[in-house]
Design a protein around this ligand. Sequence first.
Ligand code: GTP
Ligand code: MG
Length: 363
Amino acid sequence: MLSLILPTFNEAKNLPELLPKLEEVLKGIPHEIIIVDDDSPDETWRIAQEIGHDIDDIHVIRRVGRRGLSSAVIEGFLSAKGEVLAVMDADGQHDMSVLPRIYESVMRKNGMVIGSRYIEGGSVGEWDERRHLMSRVATSLALKVCRVKVKDPMSGFFAIRRELFHSTAKQLNPKGFKILLDLLVCVPKETLVEEIPFTFSTRLHGESKLSRRVQIEFLEYLYDVTVGRYIPLTFVKYCIVGAFGVVVHVTAYLAFSALIREGGDLTVMGFGLAVIGATEVAIVFNFLLNNAWTFAHARLKGLSAFIGFLKFNGACLFGALANYAVSSYLFTLAWPELSAVIIGAFTGVVWNYTMSKMFAWKD
Ligand SMILES: Nc1nc2c(ncn2[C@@H]2O[C@H](COP(=O)(O)OP(=O)(O)OP(=O)(O)O)[C@@H](O)[C@H]2O)c(=O)[nH]1
Ligand SMILES: [Mg+2]
């Protein structure tokens, strides 16, 4: 049996054209079609439910409060019954007439079969120069991380044998757009993969979701599967935020110490107070930036952001104490004032990162 996943986001206009044609193409093949929609504002899920109402082999998964192409496909595959699991875009760009060949090829011997734009007989159709270049660069970067090398690792049109998918499912990265690439990174090296050519068409209706955000996520993915295995991206981002936090800390310190200073002199207590004030300003800054960027995937909102902020303060407490102790100690040793402040501020970064991950932004 073939289980075909159609991930959708705002494809309401395309499904009524696509599904009858698909049923026609798949007539001779035992199959089910699973539409995984991320609660599209244009109510694609409702259109799909209406079309599927009288057709037993159409199922609809409506995901609420979640977004992401890879995770939608993974979820569809996990709920599928077939021994061949396939995925195809729902915007008409993939040539559905090759589906029977893809299915037969997986049934015959192959672990995976890819609808390929980059082998003889395939083409990307009517792309402009910029899109061509982007795709070539992305494909060559992707090939560097693939365990199994193919010509089109970024295709969104492919099929995989059920057991192979289930044996790799736990290693997959649900972030991002490129589930095929992730599978090619995770499957065993000896997996048999065939490519079948097709021509990439233009979209029937609606807009592409290939946004700048998706492109950044692709680069993050490449980092995750290379250096990220040893140094997590969140840690790198946390350090970058921390470095900016030090600048904020020093600036706030200069402002507070200028207010406290009496006749050009600063007492140890005055120094300590300025450091404490500057530390809190830096904590607020770090929290806002970490919440918006470093931990964007687990971003806190509303009341949970406030509670998260309190926890972040708690998590930073020991880092802040270390900062205070180190900088005050260096100050009493008559180190230059600013070097004492900067060394103190750096002291807590690794500690704070570990604590924040443990308490404020649990994955
Ligand atoms: N469930 C779900 N589906 C998505 C999401 N993003 C995109 N899709 C679907 O995935 C398929 C591919 O998305 P497209 O925007 O067409 O991306 P693309 O084909 O690589 O890019 P274009 O050539 O510019 O169209 C389409 O069927 C989309 O509706 C998402 O976040 N969730
Ligand atoms: Mg598309």
